[in-house]
Design a protein around this ligand. Structure first.
Ligand SMILES: CSC[C@@H](O)[C@@H](O)C(=O)COP(=O)(O)O
Length: 361
């Protein structure tokens, strides 16, 4: 996607397999900084500190990190240790465990000396496939926006939460892929961007991306969505997800559930975009999705650019008051109009998912 004057992806593997570079998302939108990752420990730290975030990108970075670990120690014990170190970095996005299991399946039957090259090739394949899946999500989601544009005969207003854009994936994004596809096809659209407290992925990242691509957008406080929907100012809510349970329940950034409730009350379609690497077939419902509990400091303080151009961290909560910080919530399938995947659109239900993925166990 576009970044400054160039076209780029969110992750840049070195052709010799010695490491990869990622965009440090804790510095965006203020600075574009590429961070070199050369060890599995550095990959784990980048995921843990959210220099990289977003379910599909977490999976890709974990895969490359695992490959680096396997190059350093291809033994079974080495594989166990590296997989555990990477797996515990963040709990909610299933893409992380999915990517580690995939690399492990690819290398386990091989002799030690062939494991490193195979692991790196698998990580590259995961990244390439993610970009292709997101592009396909764009193709399958585009008609939803085109139909509204045709019916309305004017500008289509979308609302999105968090960052499910190309920064959260390898390229294109999940929720943003249909938006970019529609915008590039000449459809007049505008995106309401939820700021997404406490870490402000909407205000900092989605707004940054949409701006770089020339997509008209407006950042709103997280609490504005219901009001905008009641006023008829939202035609479609489109979000990503970190884990979809077998029954179509969807885990996503905290606050998504409230948007789904407001959308249902106002008859606004609520669609969720995902690559198949985000489906957790082992989970019967969203009740069992592990919800990440993050530091209270993310709620008590905000980070931003001061008048002097320096980054500042400011306390916004009364001194002495505690804070809780659940980072994700689960939207029940009954509130989801449908799912957009790389294979097409389906109902948010086990039957819907199986209609697109009949081979799933
Ligand atoms: C394509 S991304 C879908 C989700 O990963 C995204 O909406 C989200 O919730 C990201 O959360 P984050 O905590 O920033 O990793």
């Amino acid at each position: 996607m576009r970044l400054g004057g160039e076209t780029t992806r969110s992750i840049r593997p070195r052709s010799d397999g010695s490491g990869f570079a990622v965009l440090d998302q804790t510095r965006l939108p203020w600075e574009v900084v590429w961070t070199e990752i050369k060890t599995a420990a550095a990959a784990a730290e980048a995921i843990r500190t959210m220099q990289v975030r977003g379910a599909p990108l977490i999976g890709a970075v974990a895969a490359f990190g695992f490959a680096l670990a396997i190059a350093a120690d291809p033994s079974d014990q080495g594989l166990d240790a590296a997989a555990t170190m990477l797996a515990v970095t963040r709990p909610t996005a299933v893409n992380l465990a999915w990517a580690l299991a995939r690399v492990r399946r690819a290398v386990s039957p091989l002799p030690h000396e062939r494991r490193a090259a195979r692991a790196w090739a698998e990580a590259v394949a995961i990244a390439e496939e993610d970009a292709a899946m997101c592009e396909a999500i764009g193709r399958h989601g585009l008609p939803l926006i085109a139909e509204i544009a045709k019916r309305k005969g004017g500008r289509v207003n979308l609302l999105t939460h968090c960052n499910a854009g190309w920064l959260a994936t390898v390229d294109w994004g999940t929720a943003t892929a249909p938006i970019y596809a529609a915008h590039d096809a000449g459809i007049d659209l505008h995106v309401w961007v939820d700021e997404t407290r406490p870490r402000n992925q909407g205000a900092a990242l989605t707004a940054f991306e949409l701006g770089a691509h020339g997509v008209p957008h407006t950042v709103v406080a997280d609490n504005a969505g219901g009001h905008l929907m009641r006023r008829g100012l939202v035609d479609l809510v489109l979000v990503g997800t970190d884990r979809v349970a077998r029954n179509g329940d969807v885990a996503n950034k905290i606050g998504t559930y409230l948007k789904a409730l407001a959308a249902a009350d106002n008859g606004v379609p609520f669609w969720v975009a995902l690559p198949s690497s985000t489906i957790d077939w082992s989970l019967p419902s969203g009740d069992d999705v592990p919800i990440e509990e993050r530091s209270a400091g993310e709620v008590t303080h905000v980070t931003g650019l001061g008048e002097d151009g320096a980054l500042q961290r400011i306390r916004v909560v009364a001194p002495g008051s505690g804070a809780a910080n659940p980072a994700f919530d689960v939207t029940p399938a009954r509130l989801v109009t449908g799912l957009i995947t790389e294979r097409g659109r389906c109902a948010a239900s086990e039957a819907g998912l199986r209609s697109l993925y009949p081979e799933a166990a």
